[in-house]
Design a protein around this ligand. Sequence first.
Ligand code: COA
Length: 432
Amino acid sequence: MSWQESYGKKLVKAPEALKHIKNNSRVVAAHALAEPSYLLDEMVVMKEQFRNIEIIHMASRGSGAYCNPGMEPYFHHNSFFTGITTTEPVAEGRADFTPVYFSEIPKLFRTKLPVDVALVMVTPPDENGKVSLGVSVDYSMAAVECADLVIAQVNAQMPYTLGNSRLSVDQIDYFVEHSAPIIEVPVRPLDEISKQIGKNCAELISDGDTLQLGIGTIPDAVLASLKHKKDLGIHSEMISDGVVDLYEAGVITGKRKPDHKDKMVVSFLMGSKKLYDFANQNEEVELYPVDYTNNPVVIAMQDHMVSINTCVQIDLMGQVAAETIGLKQISGVGGQVDFVRGAAMAEHGKAIMALPSTAKGGKISKIVSFLDQGAAVTTNRMDVDYVVTEYGIADLKGHTLRERARALIEVAAPKFRQELMEEYERRFFSKY
Ligand code: COA
């Protein structure tokens, strides 16, 4: 049978495809901007047909209606990274959270968390009958490979990305065509503090380095401060619009990368239409499954790897809380530790934790004596390397607890330094 005939037979309306999901199934949905929101929302419309469906995904940009009060008999969300629609359901006990390194999710699907159903969003097939997972390959590829049932929303507006991002029509059981714009996450305007943090980070970045950029305003500020650098490379879990600007300015060339020379290697895209158009059919942007991009051993092969991430709080020992505010889960580890570890293993690698010194309009310090009660340590004190704020750079790796505390106090906001110094004196010069 030709792929065209096969596609035609599998092309159905959403209820026809979704009715094949059995009660008590584990459903994995693609995440971020590749979330097949149309399919998830249709499941909610059909809720009476379902009982006890576990829905797993990372960041969500859809309605999250399956987490609403009253959905408990039908759906239960298990979050690997909370966000706009899932933070409150987890906090209120209507959903669960599973701590997991991004790099290990594909292995979990192959071992401890077998997948019954994968819901993904793909491009229409190309002339060879291949669809692309578009803006999010990460764990979607493994979910498709492991699932008993694969249902794809075919979105004509999804960019056709390259790398290891393609599936054949045979790998999908049902196609549901539904075109919708890919949700855009534009870069937030940079304030003076973010710009200064970017400049301080730029001091640690040399020509020819390979960069990973985490999520949030700070990584965008770092990109904006790199216009004078040469031949930077990208090996990152995600990229945003700032990368396109630097590529167009001739700063990102990938020329000096030890592997995937001249190419950007990523696992998902999060930006505006400008980024999605840039990645469409672009051989210089390769998307791979996350157990490749985020594998610390693969990252370590980038000799001059620099990871740039941000966090919520850091204590005087250098312990980083990046995903909780006290007990409240506000995101997840994502690829932060994968890249911090990989950069540490790379010959000339550096791991930067870049953060504004304060939060809540300057009212609270992000550098603290103790993490908030209940906070999870995302990056531990052995792994933390450079901490950068608008006040400078604290070099922690290889330094004693006393040296670390002093270095961190020096980059804290001036109005909190006295309080931190008092804790420093108590901790190191009197008996606790
Ligand atoms: N105490 C209390 N609240 C704090 C705080 C602190 N020390 N630091 C931040 N917050 C609040 C902010 O006020 C904001 O609240 P709001 O949404 O009510 O305005 C919220 O936490 C998010 O802070 P913000 O600075 O806007 O976050 P961001 O978009 O820059 O993201 C992280 C920062 C840490 C949440 C994000 O980078 C993350 O999830 N990191 C972990 C995963 C990761 O690093 N992955 C890397 C590869 S993608």
